[in-house]
Design a protein around this ligand. Structure first.
Ligand code: E4P
Length: 215
């Protein structure tokens, strides 16, 4: 399973890259705004750090605007992926961009039918938002199961990016299903390391070693 980092925070991207855990990065307008920095310079900095796919979201609402933005973004670097929201205009844009070999990450996916349309339209990635589904009392992870089955049935090359991840449990459940990618907020990736028994175990090993061999 590939780990993408769901953030525009440069320090976090550098930190987790140094741990060898960043296969890509996803951003969105909210994540960029949270950093309080200019949009394009931030994206350029991320692209300097990350070799894998970096998703950059188009904000236009018509297909013409989205296509224009996508073409501009794709000039920044080879690993740019354009995030396009799931609308009819977004679908039109995706069909054109995929023919130009510009990779599209179709975002704001909340149903299997939307994922199927996105895949048929040539999206390289779909981003189903499982946390936001959980928020409204749906089982977000069930959507991943459905999409995985559909994509496997028809050998779609479209990769599933499990998005809106809120906990290590989300990542583990997505991995059990066989989702291609989880895009993980830094706080959640940090939590994935922890287990109290590991800490207790290390302390005990160190103590026993010191007792046995210290002079
Ligand atoms: C990533 O592609 C999404 O934009 C992100 O995971 C959304 O997460 P949120 O629901 O926590 O805002």
């Amino acid at each position: 399973m590939k780990f993408f980092l769901d953030t525009a925070n440069l320090d976090k991207i550098v930190y987790f890259t140094s741990l060898g855990l960043v296969d890509g990065v996803t951003t969105n307008p909210s994540l960029i705004a949270k950093e309080g920095k200019e949009f394009l310079p931030t994206i350029k900095e991320i692209l300097k750090i990350v070799n894998g796919p970096v998703s950059v979201e188009a904000i236009g609402s018509s297909s013409i605007e989205m296509i224009k933005e996508a073409r501009e973004f794709s000039k920044l670097a080879k690993n740019v992926v354009v995030k396009i929201p799931f609308t009819k205009e977004g679908i039109k844009a995706t069909q054109i961009l995929s023919k130009e070999n510009i990779k599209v990450n179709m975002t704001l996916i909340f149903s299997a039918s939307q994922a199927l349309i996105a895949a048929k339209s040539g999206a390289s990635y779909v981003s189903p938002f499982i946390g936001r589904l959980d928020d409204i009392s749906f089982e977000g992870i069930e959507l991943i199961e459905q999409i995985k089955t559909i994509f496997d049935n028809y050998n779609f090359k479209t990769e599933i990016i499990v998005a809106s991840v809120r906990s290590p449990k989300h990542v583990v459940e997505a991995a059990e299903i066989g989702a291609d990618i989880a895009t993980i907020p830094p706080e959640v990736l940090e939590l994935m390391f922890g287990h109290p028994l590991t800490d207790v175990g290390i302390k005990k090993f160190m103590k026993d070693w010191a007792n046995a061999f210290s002079t």
